[in-house]
Structures are given as C-alpha cells and as structure tokens.
Ligand binder design. Structure first.
Ligand SMILES: [Zn+2]
Length: 142
C-alpha cells in the first residue's frame, strides 16, 4: 500500500491574504456601503449591486447573494410579526379589518426596509470571507 500525499487544505502562511474584518464589513453592508471602504454606495437602485465601488474601486460584481437576503428577510419578519400578531389579537382583540390592514402594511414596510440591508450584509460577508471571486486581490486578478 502506497502512501498518498494529500495537498494541504489551507494555503501556506506565506500566501494567505490578510483577514478582512467581518463585523465591520457587516455593519458597512447594513448601511448599504462598500464593505471595503465604507464610503461608496454598494447598491445602485433598490437592490442592484454596483460592479465596483465608486470611491475605492473595489470590485463588487463577485457577489453571489442570490436568495440569501430574501430568505433572511422572511425569517426575521416572520418571527417578529407572528408573535406580535398573537399578542395584538389576544390583548386588544381589534376588528379583523383593522388587524389585516395594520399587519399587511407593517409586514410589507418592514420587508422593504430590511431586504436591501440584508443584501448589503450578505455581500459584505462574502467579501469579508473572500468567497467566490472576492478572494483575488485587485493586483493579482488581472
Ligand atoms: Zn469602496
């Protein structure tokens, strides 16, 4: 039986790029700013991610946010609204039409507020963890 050499799972210390601060990147993403510099706008329009930061030139087109922001929005809004509906119904017993109106508007408004912010955070997380194309440095990307 021969010994099989397996390549190391991590890059050697000499080639490992410096770590990016995840927490700061997530905060910048929440503010819909570039995860690298925190100054440039991350999104053009409501949800479209810019190809690159207008301030620092960081390439942002590497993101693969896909359904992540929508999933997070549904998760959070659902877990906030359902207990609040239970509370409002048992405590105040409002007219059903009042209940429907308030919670419809509240749910839509909260979703529209959170969705671009979660998208910023998902893109910032991918940037900080060097996922997808974010791992390549600008000078080595070509
Ligand atoms: Zn930037």
């Amino acid at each position: 039986m021969s010994h099989i050499e397996t390549p190391p799972l991590t890059m050697s210390p000499a080639t490992t790029p410096p770590e990016r601060p995840t927490k700061q990147a997530l905060l910048k993403g929440w503010r819909r700013r570039c995860p690298s510099c925190g100054n440039g706008q991350l999104l053009s329009g409501y949800l479209k991610v810019r190809d690159e930061c207008a301030v620092c030139g960081e390439t942002l087109s590497h993101h693969r946010a896909d359904d992540g922001p929508a999933y997070l929005t549904i998760l959070i809004v659902g877990h906030l609204m359902v207990p609040f509906m239970m509370f409002a119904w048992t405590k105040f017993r409002p007219d059903p039409m009042v209940m429907v109106t308030i919670f419809s508007i509240g749910t839509v408004a909260l979703s529209l507020y959170l969705l671009p912010r979660f998208k910023g955070m998902v893109v910032a997380y991918q940037w900080a963890k060097r996922m997808h194309g974010f791992g390549r440095d600008r000078d080595s990307a070509g």
